[in-house]
Design a protein around this ligand. Structure first.
Ligand SMILES: NC(=O)C1=CN([C@@H]2O[C@H](COP(=O)(O)OP(=O)(O)OC[C@H]3O[C@@H](n4cnc5c(N)ncnc54)[C@H](OP(=O)(O)O)[C@@H]3O)[C@@H](O)[C@H]2O)C=CC1
Ligand SMILES: O=C1CO[C@H](CO)[C@@H](O)[C@@H]1O
Length: 367
């Protein structure tokens, strides 16, 4: 490997532009060397926006390229499994977007392949990196909230009712809000409180989404607009999750409304995406109040990101690349790994199974 970690991006769409390229640009140990996307016009645009790199329309080229050390897979969900396995075969460290695969079987296979090849693997569970989320985790782990009893998460967005493109096809996306949004919340709940052991879930579709944003007719949506679950953690705590992108009045500059809280025997703490540098803290008999996140939780250890620069609800997302590169340089596991991606996927799959069968499902993760 050269002195710099040479990164290739597969899938030059929205999230690469919004999270990953700024993350690479901030990290002096990393360099963007190659971009892959089937759309040649987009490739040309990205070369002009992101800097002169190699380009290709076939991920196989990047998987075999000896000048690429690590890849970030940011393509539609149905492609993650095939691309990740090819890149692992080519000896690349891999960060892959969520949901890791279309189901637990795919995700577990991706985890085992990366683990067995002794390569670094990371699932892009963005919200774990929010300063307030990291501080709530510290409060839980330090015992400041007492015995954790309850978790609650709500993600409401007010987005258009028009087509979601590939996101509304079962074959291409797997599921709707559940795999797109709620899966992040399943992940951070397990990060805060440990494994979920049993769940009961429900989903619903509110609108057909049979028109594009331009008003042209298109194939109707096959996926959920609302997803929810209640669950029990192995540690005895209980949880409740709910998400939708069709909640009117929850726009907030596109960030929507996100709240997640842990309630323990000695106190409560809440994270909000719209105010990620503060938490809400509550002690017995008091009313929840705002508490600034201490400086050491504003960025991850070593990150060169200036903690107070930029839009707070956006900039913490750049730390994902820092964690991925740190794991490569330090030859340690990246967190969250593919194992976390697979474990959240199993819970999300179980939501669909639970709703189909109208029953509780026990979670048996066999990684
Ligand atoms: N962690 C987070 O917070 C976020 C995660 N995501 C996840 O990131 C992934 C991408 O989402 P997003 O950026 O919004 O999607 P986009 O549709 O904006 O971008 C995906 C890009 O990948 C391209 N692509 C499709 N197939 C391949 C392939 N085989 N090889 C290379 N490129 C390919 C697409 O080209 P074409 O359009 O021509 O098919 C498109 O340009 C999804 O899994 C999504 O769930 C997204 C947003 C935020
Ligand atoms: O968190 C997120 C923000 O929105 C994106 C677009 O729907 C999601 O894919 C993503 O996981």
């Amino acid at each position: 490997m050269s002195d710099l970690v040479r990164i290739g991006i597969i899938g030059a769409g929205a999230v690469s532009d919004y999270h990953h390229v700024p993350g690479i640009n901030l990290d002096p140990r990393a360099e963007l060397v190659s971009i892959c996307d089937p759309n040649s016009e987009l490739l040309a645009q990205r070369q002009s926006d992101w800097g002169k790199t190699k380009v290709s329309t076939r991920f196989e080229d990047m998987a075999e390229d000896p000048d690429v050390d690590a890849v970030i897979i940011a393509t539609p969900n149905f492609t993650h499994h095939e691309i990740a396995l090819a890149c692992i075969k080519g000896g690349k460290h891999v960060m892959c977007e969520k949901p890791l695969g279309l189901n637990y079987t795919e995700s577990a296979e991706m985890y085992r392949a990366a683990r067995d090849a002794n390569l670094r693997h990371m699932t892009a569970f963005t919200y774990r990196f929010a300063p307030s989320m990291r501080y709530v985790k510290h409060l839980v782990e330090s015992g400041a909230l007492g015995v954790p009893r309850h978790f609650r998460s709500q993600r409401f967005l007010d987005w258009p009712e028009s087509s979601w493109g590939w996101r509304q096809s079962k074959k291409l996306a797997g599921a709707g809000d559940l795999f797109d949004m709620t899966i992040h919340r399943i992940d951070f709940a397990q990060d805060l409180l440990g494994p979920i052991k049993s769940i009961c879930g429900a989903v619903a579709q509110f609108v057909p989404r049979d028109k594009t944003a331009e008003g042209e007719p298109c194939e109707p949506s096959e996926v959920d607009d609302w997803s929810s679950l209640i669950g029990q953690f192995e540690n005895g705590a209980v949880g409740v999750w709910e998400g939708s992108t069709l909640m009117k009045g929850y726009h907030n500059d596109g960030f929507g409304y996100e709240w997640a809280e842990v309630n323990g025997s000695e106190g409560s703490a809440a994270y909000q995406l719209t105010d990620p540098n503060n938490i809400l803290i509550g002690k017995p008999g008091q009313t929840m109040e705002k508490l600034p996140v201490p400086d050491e939780y504003l960025v991850i250890d070593g990150s060169p990101r200036e903690p107070h620069a930029g839009v707070p609800s956006t900039v913490f997302r750049y730390d994902l690349v820092y964690e991925f590169v740190s794991a490569i340089v330090e030859e340690r596991d990246a967190i969250p790994g593919f194992d976390h991606g697979a474990s959240a996927q199993l819970v999300a799959d179980s939501v669909l199974e639970s709703f189909d069968k109208r029953t509780w499902i026990d979670i048996n993760c066999d990684l």
